[in-house]
Design a protein around this ligand. Structure first.
Ligand code: B12
Ligand code: SF4
Length: 476
């Protein structure tokens, strides 16, 4: 069966990330469809669309395939949405992809009879072959139904040359409704094996686009007036040489007044003074570090593969150069004690950082932590429930340990929220002292929960914030 009209849907619509940036996975799928002449439209429910808008869109566009991206959070709601779509449009085929499907596999089609196909891992090639009308059993990476059975066609070969996947031009996306920052995914995957991280299942092979290809994307948007870019890679600085080459290429092409961020976390052990100085020269101003442990005991237990000394050195270099620095910690991992958590707090207070996040640890199926919690019967709620309604930002623990029982965890998260607010206030005070008020207001609004949520409800407010942030970053 060929598919000629595809409606790509991002159903996720709650929380503080609302309407910030288009879904990169969907943008990448869209570009592959566009490059191969398959008609598509996009509905990003993160922009405030409701299920009734989805049904209306289906009525007007008359797609023959719905392509929905699924993360685990709120998956039951999305299953309900798809069931309603199918009930009203029985002939319409539904394909789903994304981390939820890659992690739970057949279970997704078992639990939601409305879904016809599931795509595991990266979906560009699989979706295209599906649209081209290939037999499902010949399309690698596909889950499909054969009478009453759910069949997996087998893993698809890894795409080692990422330059072969066209980067997104966002045709059909309401790009003007998001902040003006363009998200760049310059590499995929991560070779590390942190025990809490689902990336080892979702995206275990590290591959990188060539510097030319990455800077082509930046230049394309630069010519259209964009100056802000966020590298959302799992591991942007994995290959040192590549980072330098990207910087050289940005400079060679004369792309000036850029504001570049790495908000998803770079590896401290791949960072050095020379690299961060070079990155600063071409416009990088904001870096996040996935720290996760506050001392070597916990770093060892979570298999972070780096020491606290290395991490501290990287944070210090970044702060000394002048970067806005964000630290990311998972809290409550196995064997972690209250004193270990205090080490995280001490580390966060030791350097003039701009932001910190203390995440609730969520055991995702397939991770080492998940197996450990399961074996020890430490779950406070069954995974099928917490995967649906608890995220790393939620302050409800989903498992406990002898070192940190449920009550201590709840109290701890409250305490850490206070520490977080304090650190942000401190950053605000420092910025005020330096006379950096416009940017610091922007930074703080971005960093503080309530104001942040209020602002993200409004496209106009987002635009104002965006401008302030850019002015600060480029004034240094
Ligand atoms: C960048 C990122 C973000 C960015 C998104 C930026 C953007 N513009 O898209 C921000 C910061 C906003 C974000 C927010 C959140 N994120 Co996030 N994020 C990521 C991250 C690091 C990369 C995702 C990405 O862009 N990958 C690159 C693209 C190309 O891949 P992709 O999106 O996976 O899409 C490919 C395939 O999945 C597949 N595919 C996807 N959809 C579909 C649909 C169809 C039809 C088909 C055929 C295929 C297909 O094909 C795509 C192309 O190859 C991942 C970790 C990771 N490495 O995956 C976490 C991750 C996806 N996030 C996660 C979570 C939980 C969240 C939040 C809920 C955070 C929270 N509150 O706790 C929010 C929800 C946001 C939302 N509205 O959806 C989890 C999901 C876990 C799970 N099991 O579901 C992950 C895996 C992180 C983690 N380690 O826990 N996130
Ligand atoms: S936490 Fe970071 S370094 Fe560790 S496996 Fe995940 S992406 Fe890689």
């Amino acid at each position: 069966m060929r598919f000629e009209r595809v409606l790509l849907v991002n159903p996720f619509s709650s929380g503080e990330w609302r309407g910030i940036a288009p879904h990169i996975g969907q943008a990448s799928l869209a570009q592959t469809l566009l490059s191969n002449g398959v008609d598509y439209q996009v509905l990003d429910m993160n922009l405030g669309y409701q299920p009734k808008h989805l049904l209306q869109h289906i009525k007007e566009y008359k797609p023959d395939l719905i392509g929905m991206s699924l993360i685990s959070l709120e998956y039951k709601k999305f299953y309900g949405m798809l069931s309603e779509v199918k009930r009203l449009n029985p002939g319409l085929r539904i394909v789903v992809g994304g981390p939820h499907v890659t992690i739970l596999k057949e279970k997704v089609l078992e639990d939601c009879p409305a879904i016809d196909y599931g795509v595991l891992y990266e979906g560009e090639g699989t979706l295209l072959e599906l649209c081209e009308g290939n037999a499902p059993d010949k399309i690698k990476g596909l889950l499909f139904r054969d009478r009453n059975r759910i069949i997996f066609s087998g893993n698809r070969p890894v795409v080692w040359d990422l330059d072969k996947i066209p980067w997104p031009r966002y045709k059909g996306f309401e790009l003007e409704r998001y902040i003006r920052e363009i998200t760049i995914y310059s590499s995929r995957g991560c070779p590390h094996q942190c025990t809490f991280c689902p990336n080892r299942i979702i995206s275990p092979y590290y591959r990188a686009r060539t510097p030319n290809n990455v800077v082509d994307e930046i230049e394309y948007w630069y010519e259209r007036g964009h100056r802000q870019f966020n590298f959302d890679d799992d591991n942007f600085n994995m290959v040192r040489e590549r980072v330098f080459k990207i910087c050289d290429e940005i400079e060679r092409r004369g792309l000036k007044k850029l504001f570049l961020r790495c908000s998803n976390g770079i590896r401290a052990d791949r960072t050095d003074h020379e690299m961060l100085t070079r990155m600063w020269e071409v416009g990088f101003r904001y870096l996040a570090f996935g720290v996760d442990g506050g001392n070597n005991r916990i770093l060892g237990i979570v298999k972070k593969g780096e020491t606290i000394e290395t991490i501290e050195r990287a944070i210090k270099i970044a702060c000394d150069i002048g970067y806005g620095v964000k630290l990311l910690f998972v809290v409550g991992t196995p064997y972690e004690t209250r004193e270990d958590v205090e080490d995280k707090v001490r580390l966060s207070r030791k350097y003039p950082i701009q932001e910190v996040h203390f995440y609730n640890t969520i055991p995702y199926p397939g991770t080492e932590i998940y197996e450990w919690v399961k074996e020890n019967k430490y779950f406070l709620r069954p995974p099928e429930n917490y995967l649906n309604d608890i995220s790393c930002l939620t302050r409800e623990p989903v498992f406990e340990t002898p070192e940190l029982p449920k009550a201590s965890r709840i109290e701890l998260y409250k305490y850490l929220d206070g520490v977080r607010r304090q650190i942000h206030r401190e950053a605000l005070r420092r910025a005020l002292n330096r006379g950096k008020w416009p940017g610091l207001v922007a930074g703080q609004v971005l960093a503080n929960g309530l104001v942040e949520r209020l602002f993200y409800q409004s496209a106009l407010a987002r635009r104002v914030m965006d401008n302030l942030r850019y002015r600060l970053a480029t004034s240094r």
